[in-house]
Design a protein around this ligand. Structure first.
Ligand code: AHM
Ligand code: MG
Length: 343
């Protein structure tokens, strides 16, 4: 085992960095890691068992739920319930937040916002999917935690992370002191530190966006796409287009190689598609901690005031120089959008 550092060992070593109750946050991260291993087991044998396909139910967003969505949701809620450190789970798969009411969680101080299985339309075709989570400390001091405890700005996150179930399974997280990545070693069943102190390159040459929606994009995004496609050796253009359709996988790749991921507003989704609390905020916290930038096109994602549980946002995230350039174009062409009412 020499030279290997497991997630559990690493979390305990880094406890001193936590601003709050140290053992509690460590235990919470451990609980998420355990649930992630169970979900990983099912994702990996998805073709072998009757767990692929639709569950026949629809979530609050009106999206059909896949069986693995439902399975992952159940696993994370169960792990957070028995762990005892979480008082509320807000998940993409439940209409309302889920209060955790168990004897062990009476004094629980943490709120977890989670997308249990992101990119789940990719499950049936063996493409990478992910879990995204965000952890807040409850603000209210007594009684049951409420919606107000959940609706905190991204700047208030005490930890965030994602799990990518890809060609290997990785858990990447931050507690606000940099970003570290752990790869699951299936032979010992442990996440092992493989990507210490991850940094997103300041500039990159990959852009990731669903270009099929081009006609519905704001003018600033259309201009940015054209900019990305122009030949210019000095700035390494044309850029490479890479879009998996799993936010976790697209952002993970860009975090390592340098790039920008964009999910803008469109004519049919004027507030964007992705959810602020359990998709945009955690990814923004991680990418900022890795030295990158995350914006809704005009302002920092982490400073958006949430007003509802399943609030959506546009997102421009990744290498700082690329995001800044896209923001400049959004600002420049915002007027033409307001004239055509696209965004
Ligand atoms: P989901 O949470 O329902 O899986 O939706 C989120 C996913 C992201 O992972 C991905 O980047 C995006 O939706 C893909 O959307 P589209 O198919 O519109 O490009
Ligand atoms: Mg999602």
């Amino acid at each position: 085992m020499s030279g290997i550092k497991t997630l559990g060992q690493f979390i305990i070593e880094k406890q001193a960095d936590f601003s709050y109750a140290k053992g509690e946050l460590s235990r919470l991260l451990r609980d998420i890691g355990i649930a992630a291993k169970i979900v990983n087991r099912e994702v990996n044998k998805a073709g072998l068992v009757d767990i692929l396909g639709d569950a026949g139910t629809v979530n609050i967003q009106g999206e059909g739920q896949k069986k693995l969505d439902v399975f992952a949701n159940t696993q994370f809620i169960a792990a957070l319930t028995s762990g005892g450190e979480c008082c509320i789970v807000a998940t993409e798969e439940e209409d309302d937040f889920v209060p955790i009411d168990s004897p062990v969680s009476k004094n629980a101080k943490y709120i977890v916002c989670i997308d249990p299985l992101d990119g789940s339309s990719n499950i049936d075709v063996n493409v990478a999917v992910g879990t995204i989570f965000s952890i807040y400390r409850r603000k209210s001091m007594e009684g049951l935690a409420t919606l107000a405890d959940v609706l905190q700005k991204g700047t208030e996150q005490v930890a965030a992370g994602y799990v990518i179930y890809g060609s290997s399974t990785m858990l990447v997280y931050t507690t606000g002191k940099g970003v570290n990545g752990f790869t699951l070693d299936p032979s010992i069943g442990e996440f092992c530190l493989s990507h210490p102190n991850m940094k997103v390159p300041k500039d990159g040459s990959i852009y990731s966006i669903n270009e099929g929606n081009y006609v519905h994009f704001p003018m600033g995004v259309k201009k940015y796409i054209k900019y990305a496609q122009v030949h210019d050796e000095a700035s390494n253009r044309p850029y490479t287009s890479r879009y998996i359709g799993s936010m976790v996988a697209d952002i993970h790749r860009n975090l390592i190689k340098g790039g920008i991921y964009i999910y803008p507003t469109t004519a049919s989704s004027p507030n964007g598609k992705l959810r602020l609390l359990y998709e945009c905020n955690p990814m923004a916290f991680i990418v900022e901690q890795a030295g990158g930038t995350a914006s809704d096109g005009f302002r920092r994602i982490l400073e958006i005031e949430p007003v509802e549980l399943h609030q959506r946002s546009s997102i421009f995230i990744g290498s700082e120089k690329m995001v800044k350039m896209a923001e400049e174009m959004m600002a420049t062409y915002a007027v033409s959008d307001s004239n055509t009412k696209i965004a």
